[in-house]
Ligand binder design. Structure first.
Ligand code: PLP
Length: 611
């Protein structure tokens, strides 16, 4: 939540139009023979005053000597000091706004271009009129003025705030916005009474509606150009902005996701997104190539290629099924959950010849029944199944299934979406033809990219076979491999950079074995903890994966428990079984045994006091 709003002084909270300094600059430069307009005098407004003199001098004549600059400044300073107290009228809505902010516990900070002796005159007058911020600092006290962020940081230190995003800077000049941006806080430009507008109240009243509107547009443009996050007419519009920023901050607060994807991810992974890349640039293409090679190396060798697709996991499952099983060949789907059924829909839509062997959602695929089927139906050329059925958490016997299929010379395609990178999947060793997975499961990347790893030979045979242009595995492969890492269509560049980082994190952790060990520990803790609280897993232990677990909900109300856990920062998952009320807890992602223990404690607390 926003903890402080830091206001500029002249032009923002006092001195409508920021009039006090202008005359001083004009007189100062006149004293060395330069006759400048008010708008020239105003242009660098917001800087520390000596810097302001330098900035004007630079525009007039690069050769003005330091002695002359100092003498202009002395004239300016004595002029300003004479009149500064008359220019302490409060801007509109200052008193109400400060009272409202304080009532929310928000600290009122301030920064300025004035010197400490100048502020010594302003502060008591403003206070008398009803405005007295909690802190005020000047450029020389902070070491440097705007656009440096140090005055803002000194405010944060004073208030004991460590996150600059919990601070909002409000000002009336481009220099104010620059200061706020450099400090990494939110920035708000104010129009009425601003130095950017540069008009007194009387001058504003004399304008026609159209003239005022044109002036306002000019100011908006200047703030926009400076990079302001928000622009307001006057302080009466500030509170809704604080609400909006609060909403954004809340949205950014961490929830631990105990779901099967998207997952909780490392900060470094999300941070990797914060750069813009174009898609055809060689540097970007080489990052893409490195991602392809690293993914292939996790489960395969150079006989295989990884083909990335823009889209969630299902896009790659669809590309794999459509491109690697010819329409005129029969494909057998082994189904024991929602993701298996999704594959049947894909097959149906593509008008393929296919059959299925369907099992109960709580049971693994039965290899004996598969063998019988293959013996009795030699039209079948390809066998397709899901490795870990995320619907329930059942893990199917990959090795046994593949061995039987291979015994009868079938092609084998596997949806290893939620198992890839955690379970060992030896594609060449088992002679698996293709698998599909995505960035946002056990690789702990972000959603938006998925991939097929397939035998290169098989991909090359699939030329011209795809029913879909966007999901054409062969075409996509050509771009990525023959065109040096190029996506055919717009690449989700930020998501790819995040995936690059996620793979680096994966390697740092120790790769597949280390990641599996962490997930297994997570899983063991949650199963043991919840069993003690009376929630039993519904899948028999020997078929239960270490990815996600379905628990019998009993008589507990899911939505109430969900809401309680969410309020404590944990997101669990509803069950998907129609036969009995269940809930699911995923244990993959950037989560650790300590998180699983903490979750168990929160669930115990809920059952004891709130169920
Ligand atoms: C996550 C997942 C998918 C992909 O689903 P999307 O909704 O496309 O992300 C496919 N299969 C399994 C087993 C999964 O866990």
């Amino acid at each position: 939540m926003v903890k402080t709003v830091i206001f500029d002084w002249a032009g923002t909270t006092v001195d409508y139009g920021c009039m006090a300094p202008v005359k001083g600059f004009v007189d100062g430069f006149a004293s060395i023979g330069y006759h400048i307009t008010d708008s020239t005098a105003r242009a660098p407004m917001g800087l520390a005053k000596l810097d302001h003199v330098r900035a004007i001098a630079k525009v007039l004549d690069a050769d003005i000597s330091e002695d002359n600059i100092q003498s202009v400044y002395r004239v300016f300073e004595s002029k300003l000091m004479e009149t500064i107290e008359i220019y302490c009228d409060l801007n509109d809505y200052v008193i109400e706004t400060m009272a409202a902010l304080r009532s929310r516990g928000i600290k009122i900070g301030s920064t300025t271009g004035y010197t400490a002796p100048m502020m010594k005159k302003v502060l008591p007058v403003a206070k008398e009129k009803g405005y007295s911020p909690d802190f005020c600092i000047t450029p020389e006290e902070a070491g440097k003025g705007r656009p440096y962020p140090y005055m803002i940081w000194r405010n944060l230190m004073e208030f004991g705030i460590s996150a600059p995003r919990e601070a909002v800077k409000v000002g009336d000049t481009a220099a104010d916005i620059a200061e706020g941006k450099k400090a990494d806080c939110w920035t708000v430009g104010i129009i009425m009474g601003s130095s950017e507008l540069g008009l007194t109240r009387d001058e504003v009243s004399a304008l026609s509606e159209k003239e005022l509107d044109d002036n306002r547009k000019r100011v908006i443009k200047a703030f926009y150009k400076a990079g302001a996050d928000y622009i307001i007419n006057d302080l009466s519009e500030l509170l809704p902005i604080i609400d909006d920023i609060d909403r954004k901050l809340k949205q950014n607060s961490e929830h631990i996701l105990l779901t099967p994807g998207p997952l909780s991810t490392k900060y470094s992974v999300k941070n990797a997104m914060l750069t813009d890349h174009c898609t055809w640039d060689d540097e970007y293409k080489s990052i893409t190539k490195s991602v392809l090679n690293d993914i292939t190396a996790i489960s395969a060798n150079s006989d295989y290629a990884t083909v990335l697709f823009q889209g969630s996991g299902s896009y790659s499952v669809e590309a794999m099924i459509n491109c690697l099983c010819p329409v005129d060949e029969k494909t057998l789907f082994l189904v024991n959950g929602a993701y298996g059924r999704r594959m049947l829909t894909i097959a149906r839509n593509s008008k393929k010849e296919f059959g299925d062997l369907t099992f109960d959602d709580t049971q693994p695929i039965d290899v004996t029944l598969l063998e019988n089927k293959l013996i009795n139906d030699d039209k079948i050329k390809t066998v397709v199944f899901v490795h870990c059925e995320t619907t329930t958490g059942v893990i199917n016997p990959l090795e046994k299934i593949v061995k039987v299929a291979k015994k009868y010379n079938k092609r084998v395609l596997v949806d290893t979406m939620s198992s890839f990178a955690a379970y060992e999947i030896d594609m060449p060793g088992l002679d698996i033809d293709a698998i599909a997975s995505s960035a946002n499961k056990c690789l702990e990347g972000l959603p938006g990219l998925s991939f097929v790893i397939a035998k290169k030979k098989l991909i090359e045979e699939s030329k011209d076979r795809s029913l879909s242009h966007s999901l054409d595995l062969y075409d996509q492969y050509l771009g990525l491999y023959k065109d040096g890492g190029k996506f055919r269509f717009t690449s989700p560049t930020n998501i790819l950079l995040a995936l690059r980082q996620a793979i680096d994190e994966y390697k740092k952790e120790g790769g597949q074995k280390a990641r599996f060990a962490r997930y297994k520990e997570n899983h063991d803790i949650i199963v043991k903890g919840l069993s003690l609280l009376g929630f039993k897993p519904i899948i028999a232990a020997e078929f239960q994966s270490d990815i996600i677990t379905t628990f019998d909900l009993g008589t507990v109300d899911f939505s109430r428990m969900y809401a309680y856990l969410k309020s404590k920062g944990y997101i669990i998952y509803p069950g998907k079984l129609t036969s009995l009320p269940t809930f699911r807890v995923g244990n993959i992602g950037n989560i650790y045994p300590s998180d699983m223990k903490a979750l168990t404690d929160v669930i115990r607390e809920y059952l004891l006091f709130f169920a």
